[in-house]
Structures are given as structure tokens and as C-alpha cells.
Design a protein around this ligand. Structure first.
Ligand code: NDP
Length: 248
């Protein structure tokens, strides 16, 4: 792939205004990629991620796009191409999580997670499959709850299960273009998505579910993405890397 040579490798990270996406954007910039910091609503935080990257000598721009909107995703890729000349790496990180037992899950809970987590990933995968330069890398964010099957995670985990299936199938469909497609499935990670609405006791209990007895950090997940998108990860394809401290 083009990493650290000419033309410069270009990465789009969706949902990069905060949390895991922001850490991935900053890490990929450090690894030599020009980075598109995508966000949905939080322009100020996205700009701050860009400022941190530029202050560290990297190259980045913030671009707004709701990944659930196929037209917006098309414009996102067009803007990335017109600014940087092409796209080599796509990290589908944007996601939401709404928890409830199935019996209490309303239509809005179902529809919003399908729209952003599943349709959003479909939109960017389709656009990425059309546009990524040969030799590129795609990483989708799943979740370890796909394996754990915890109560109240039903719809959320189902969207990520579907993302894992799309990952495996797209990795085959891109045969001949030297583009890898993988998923990273974090365990509980200290971001707003995980922490909001949980009691300190529940957070403590969930942080001990893995034998390393701590929550993941956004940087832990960014390290896994950096491996898959970096020079040492080129032979990994169609896989799900469960980055969760050993939680099963
Ligand atoms: P956060 O809630 O901290 O951040 C979510 C990011 O996604 C924000 O930048 C937000 O942008 C963006 N976003 C939300 N909706 C859209 C949309 N429609 N279009 C574009 N961007 C959008 O989440 P995390 O960092 O914790 O999660 C990142 C990914 O990791 C998600 O896919 C999540 O499912 C997955 N994950 C997280 C785990 C955890 O414990 N934290 C565990 C397992 C998986 P904005 O602020 O601008 O709206």
C-alpha cells in the first residue's frame, strides 16, 4: 500500500470527533496517513482532533457526513479525493449503542441502530469498494458483545454481527485488488458510548470481565487498527480481531 511513500496514504475515519475514532485518527496520522476526520454533529470536537494532528506534524481535515445517508457518504469520499487525491484506508468506526431487553425495545431504538451501525457501514463499504485505491485497507468496528451475547445488547449486537458478515464477504469480493477487509471488536472501552448511563458499580464490574481487569482505552483499540492498516498487518484479511483484554 501507499503508506509513508508517494502518493501519501489517505485514511477516512468515520465518527472521529471523539472516543475510539478520535484515537484512531490521531494514531493513523502519526503513522503517516493524511486523515479525514468524519463527524456527524460535533464540529468543534472534530476540529480539535484536526488541530492536535496538525500540531503534531500530521495532515488532516474534518468533514461532516451522516454515515446513514448514502448521498452524504458519496460527498464525503468526493471531498476526500478532491482534497488528498484518493483514499487508501477506510475505518468504519461511527456507531451508536442503545440498550434494552428486546421486550422493551421500541422501533426508534431498532431503526436508529440499523440506520447508523448497519446501513452506515454498508454505505461506506459500498463507496469504499468503488473508490479505494488498490492495496488499500478497510477496518470495521464490531463489538465483543457479538460473542458474549449479554442481555439488553440484542439489537446493538445484531447490527455488529451483520457488520462482521459484511466484513468477511467484502474481503472475498475485493479479490484481485490487494485490499484487505477486517473487523476490530473492542470490549468495554472508556468512552462516552460505554460510560454514559452506567453506575460506577456496573462500570467496575464490567472492567473486571477480562483477566487484565481494566477497561480498554481508545488508544488500545487504535493500536489494533494501526496493526491491521500498517505494514505488518497486510496478510490479515477477512478476520475479526477481538481487542478486549481476553474477555470471553
Ligand atoms: P462515541 O459515542 O464516543 O463516539 C461515536 C462517534 O461516532 C462520534 O464521533 C460521533 O460523531 C460519531 N457518529 C455517531 N453517529 C454518526 C453518524 N450517523 N454519522 C457519522 N458519525 C457518527 O463512541 P465510541 O468511540 O465508544 O465507539 C466507536 C465505535 O466502537 C462504535 O462503532 C462502537 O459501536 C464501537 N465499540 C465501542 C465500545 C466501547 O465500549 N466504547 C465497545 C465495542 C465497540 P458526533 O459526535 O459528531 O455525532
Amino acid at each position: 500500500m501507499n503508506t509513508q511513500s508517494n502518493p501519501r496514504s489517505v485514511a477516512i475515519v468515520t465518527g472521529a470527533s471523539r472516543g475510539i475514532g478520535a484515537a484512531i485518527a490521531e494514531r493513523l496520522a502519526k503513522d503517516g496517513h493524511a486523515v479525514v476526520v468524519n463527524y456527524a454533529g460535533n464540529r468543534q470536537e472534530a476540529d480539535q482532533v484536526v488541530e492536535r494532528i496538525v500540531a503534531s506534524g500530521g495532515e488532516a481535515i474534518a468533514l461532516q457526513a451522516d454515515v446513514s445517508d448514502p448521498a452524504a457518504v458519496q460527498l464525503l469520499f468526493e471531498a476526500a479525493e478532491s482534497r488528498f487525491g484518493g483514499v487508501d484506508v477506510l475505518v468504519n468506526n461511527a456507531g451508536i449503542m442503545k440498550l434494552a431487553p428486546l421486550v422493551d425495545s421500541d422501533d426508534a431504538l431498532f431503526d436508529s441502530q440499523i440506520a447508523i451501525n448497519l446501513k452506515g457501514t454498508f454505505n461506506t463499504l459500498r463507496e469504499g469498494a468503488r473508490r479505494l485505491r488498490d492495496g488499500g485497507r478497510i477496518v470495521n468496528l464490531s463489538t465483543s458483545v457479538v460473542g458474549l451475547r449479554l442481555e439488553s445488547y440484542g439489537v446493538y449486537a445484531a447490527t455488529k454481527s451483520a457488520v462482521e458478515t459484511l466484513t468477511a464477504i467484502l474481503s472475498k469480493e475485493l479479490r484481485g485488488r490487494s485490499i484487505t477487509v477486517n473487523a476490530v471488536a473492542p470490549g468495554p472501552t472508556a468512552t462516552a458510548l460505554f460510560l454514559n448511563g452506567k453506575s460506577p458499580e456496573l462500570i467496575d464490574r464490567m472492567s473486571k470481565m477480562n483477566p487484565l481487569e481494566r477497561l480498554g482505552t481508545p488508544a488500545d483499540i487504535a493500536n489494533a487498527v494501526a496493526f491491521i492498516t500498517g505494514p505488518d498487518g497486510g496478510w490479515i484479511n477477512g478476520q475479526v480481531l477481538r481487542a478486549n483484554g481476553g474477555m470471553v
